[in-house]
Design a protein around this ligand. Structure first.
Ligand SMILES: Cc1cc2nc3c(=O)[nH]c(=O)nc-3n(C[C@H](O)[C@H](O)[C@H](O)COP(=O)(O)O)c2cc1C
Length: 322
């Protein structure tokens, strides 16, 4: 039997994980010696994530935080993927006690953030790159790096085409706007979603915010913004799976979370440029162009140096514990 306060602290660390549109699509069932992470499909994103791969990647990120936090509380973990009523749940059992060692990434769980501002053009030194990607992989998950200006330029048409498709798609824009939080008041009430300040934007309120998003932000203005962002980056990394299924989405989430925590440790910022992975037609084109063969690209992440932005919010523990 593990003390309740320790269990709640570990759940809190799990909830610090990133998730698509900050939907936090998870519930946690806490029992005497285990925590089960349960997908919360009421928080799915049908327009941008119709197969729920991003939802399960987010659960993988939460799982990795739990796994990293457990030894700090003195526990080993046993992880089981279980289908309950056709839905994949993740059961984490806490075993015996290990030495109370600090996992070296633990202290970065609360400091990590997705930083959406423009990065500096500075490239990462080879030894920093090597450390960033050292020892983060899981079986079945692969990475492809784009670090020279020439390599980065090859990504531009895919990113712009993906962005164009999404911003010309009403369902995508409506879903995005429904998860935007245009004031601190709104984000404090909801505890989720994309808070304007954490995207480097002013608090303008829902009425003005949704008017701007639906009428002034366009495929053209987004393309212009992305062209600037792409030029100013230290590099990109594509996260891919061998087998495109739930188990591997979770594993990819674990790898992505390790990357995010490692980057935070090294003072490197990162943010998503996922559009080419989210749009099936462009995903296929990327597979052909980059000869990815049997690999499915699921996340495209830019990284580099820049200043932090305000942190995004999380819901209360009582809202996520069943
Ligand atoms: C699977 C996944 C997909 C995401 N997709 C995007 C994306 O397309 N664009 C973006 O700006 N952020 C994306 N994010 C980042 C989330 O919006 C971010 O994690 C969330 O707002 C919480 O903020 P934080 O990570 O700074 O705590 C994604 C995160 C995950 C885990």
């Amino acid at each position: 039997m593990i003390p309740e306060d320790e269990m709640l602290k570990m759940v809190k660390y799990a909830t610090k994980a990133p998730s698509g549109h900050n939907t936090q699509p998870w519930k946690f069932k806490v029992e005497s010696d285990n925590i089960t992470i349960i997908p919360d499909f009421t928080r799915a994103l049908p327009a941008v994530d119709s197969d729920n791969h991003a939802l399960y990647i987010s659960l993988g990120c939460a799982l990795e935080n739990l796994r990293i936090a457990a030894p700090v509380f003195g526990y080993d973990t046993k992880i089981e993927f279980k289908y309950i009523e056709n839905e994949l749940n993740i059961k984490v059992t806490f075993l015996g006690s290990t030495e109370n060692v600090h996992s070296d990434l633990f202290s970065f769980i609360e400091k990590r953030q997705v930083t959406r501002n423009e990065f500096q053009s500075e490239k990462l030194k080879p030894e920093v790159l090597a450390e960033l990607f050292d020892d983060i992989l899981e079986e079945g998950v692969h990475l492809k790096l784009f670090t020279s200006d020439k390599e980065i330029r090859t990504l531009t048409p895919f990113i712009i085409e993906g962005s164009n498709l999404q911003f010309n798609n009403k369902a995508f824009v409506n879903e995005l706007v429904s998860w935007c939080r245009f004031s601190e008041k709104e984000v404090l009430i909801k505890g989720d979603g994309l808070w304007s300040a954490s995207m480097g934007l002013p608090n303008i309120g829902r009425f003005v915010g949704s008017f701007i998003m639906k009428n002034l932000v366009s495929a053209k203005s987004e393309a212009k913004r992305w062209n600037k962002i792409i030029k100013k980056t230290g590099g990109f990394v594509l996260f891919m799976v061998e087998k495109n299924d739930c188990n591997n989405w979770i594993k990819l989430g674990q790898v992505f979370q390790r990357f995010g925590l490692k980057a935070t440790k090294l003072n490197i910022r990162h943010a998503h440029a996922n559009m080419p992975c989210e749009e099936q037609a462009i995903r296929e084109k990327m597979i052909k162009t980059f000869e990815l063969n049997n690999l499915t690209p699921l996340l495209l992440i830019r990284f580099g140096y820049s200043n932090p932005l305000p942190y995004s919010y999380r819901r209360k523990l009582s809202d996520v514990i069943v």
